[in-house]
Design a protein around this ligand. Structure first.
Ligand SMILES: Cc1cc2nc3c(=O)[nH]c(=O)nc-3n(C[C@H](O)[C@H](O)[C@H](O)COP(=O)(O)OP(=O)(O)OC[C@H]3O[C@@H](n4cnc5c(N)ncnc54)[C@H](O)[C@@H]3O)c2cc1C
Length: 429
């Protein structure tokens, strides 16, 4: 019997297993894929390396940085841009309206000055109150549908934090009167390994623990404390750590109250389809990443792996990866249609011509962002409270069902082990 079993070897599972081992526990991690890393792993196509979506570290945690930053890394200053209707605008758009016509700039500022006051109950109202109706309609309201797969009216406010720049008259006026270079992004530095992709930040930890790959958990018997895998094998455990998405985990439980199953069935999330492009040209637009507002272009965001680290592309070549989001429960997008659309985007944005495109590779990430639709927090808390009683210690972006960056997922793995140790100390379980 294993002392501690960890389901999933993404960054949260690796962290949980590592911290269990540090605390003197015998822990083993079981991963469905053929390699560890989950969202922070990477893949190669024709000598180009791509992460699973953008992945840069801007952690403010000294503890996380004391681990990540042992890896030789590049440091980038954020300089994101936005592409809309043929124009490149510096991010955030409301502070960089200069490329618009005088009439459009005046309309944006006038509406900002007349923006409504009062309490807000949904993201749509929040956007209009922050930026005024004209800016909100023109930019973030359109973008919300592309990124979240729902309208802003359907989203709550609990996820916003410092992710959205609050509007200030001075900044809006400065950016409307001249092209500014100020950094209004919520991080001042973005870090990325020099070689080997984002996973390098945690590779030494992954190498120090027991990870068994190609082990897809299919059921968890809570009474007898046994996990079954798709290859027909089973493992018994004393304590179980979960980093799998809550809807997946709940479906796997051999016994679970109906209201918890219902809560899990009602959670929404986005999938992310990635179209990774290898280019036979040394340069792409000089922006590490950029947002795409046009609705005809399916991708919401693109970034350049070869700007993150030149080692991600062969000499003389460059690369981009486009992220296309879709809502869980809707039909999966057709990969060929996505590739065709990305090719069109490359031409329309004048990034590359047909001759320079070496390949467009498609891959889907089944879980991207958890969705903060109204009432989600209640459903999630109901599920997490139930897991506490079982107990299953749940960690990670999808195990906590939260908008976690990789450092937060990492810390939540450590937190799960601290909770487990506390429970054992207090003979709770
Ligand atoms: C588009 C996008 C961009 C991002 N950009 C950044 C960024 O720039 N910086 C940053 O810090 N963070 C970023 N993040 C967030 C970061 O990726 C996550 O916080 C983190 O990787 C989540 O790790 P995790 O271990 O919780 O989940 P995951 O990485 O999803 O790990 C879960 C693991 O469980 C495995 N699994 C699933 N089902 C089973 C099963 N049945 N049995 C066994 N194993 C199973 C999966 O294969 C996976 O390996 C981004 C996320 C997305 C979606």
């Amino acid at each position: 019997m294993a002392d501690v079993i960890v389901l999933g070897a993404g960054i949260a599972g690796i962290s949980a297993c590592y911290h269990a081992q540090q605390a003197g526990l015998e822990a083993e991690c079981f991963e469905a894929a053929s390699h560890p890393g989950g969202l922070v792993s990477n893949f190669e196509v024709q000598g180009f390396r791509f992460d699973n979506a953008v992945h840069l570290s801007f952690s403010k945690s000294d503890y996380v940085n004391s681990i990540f930053l042992n890896t030789p890394h590049h440091v980038h200053t954020p300089n994101p841009y936005c592409f809309d209707q043929g124009l490149w605008l510096k991010h955030p758009v409301q502070n960089n309206l200069y490329p618009l016509s005088t009439e459009d700039r005046v309309a944006c500022i006038e509406s900002f000055i007349k923006r409504p006051e009062g309490s807000v109950e949904n993201y749509q109202q929040w956007l209009i109150q922050q930026y005024g109706e004209v800016i909100a309609d023109r930019y973030p309201l359109r973008y919300t549908k592309k990124y979240w797969g729902l309208s802003a009216e359907q989203l709550s406010l609990s996820w916003i934090g410092d992710r959205m720049r609050r509007a200030e008259l001075k900044e809006i006026l400065q950016g409307a009167l001249e092209q500014r270079q100020d950094n209004h992004y919520y991080a001042s530095q973005m870090r990325y390994p020099k070689q080997g992709g984002y996973f390098e930040f945690i590779k030494p930890l992954a190498e120090a623990i027991q990870i068994r790959c190609n082990k897809e958990a299919v059921s968890v018997d809570l009474i007898n404390k046994i996990v079954s895998f798709s290859d027909g094998t089973t493992e018994s455990y004393k304590s179980l750590i979960n980093t799998l998405p809550l809807p997946k985990l709940i479906e796997m439980l051999t016994f679970c109250p109906e209201e918890i199953k219902d809560a899990a069935r009602n959670l929404l999330w986005t999938r992310v389809d990635l179209v990774s492009v290898g280019l036979n040209q040394p340069q792409v637009p000089p922006y590490l990443w950029f947002y795409i507002y046009d609705q005809e272009q399916y991708a919401a965001r693109a970034y350049s792996p070869s700007i993150k680290a030149p080692a991600n592309a062969p000499d003389g070549c460059s690369s981009l990866q486009f992220e296309i989001y879709s809502l869980s429960g809707t039909p999966a997008p057709d990969p060929q249609a996505l590739i065709h659309n990305v090719r069109q985007s490359l031409l329309q944005m004048e990034i590359a011509d047909e001759k320079s495109i070496l390949f467009c590779h498609h891959k889907q990430l089944p879980f991207g962002n958890v969705i903060f639709n109204h009432g989600m927090e209640n459903l999630r808390d109901q599920i997490l409270q139930y897991l506490n009683t079982v107990p299953i210690y749940s960690a990670g972006r999808f195990g906590r069902w939260d908008y976690f960056w990789s450092d937060q997922s990492f810390l939540s793995g450590r937190n799960a082990i601290e909770n487990l140790l506390n429970d054992r100390k207090n003979s709770r379980y």
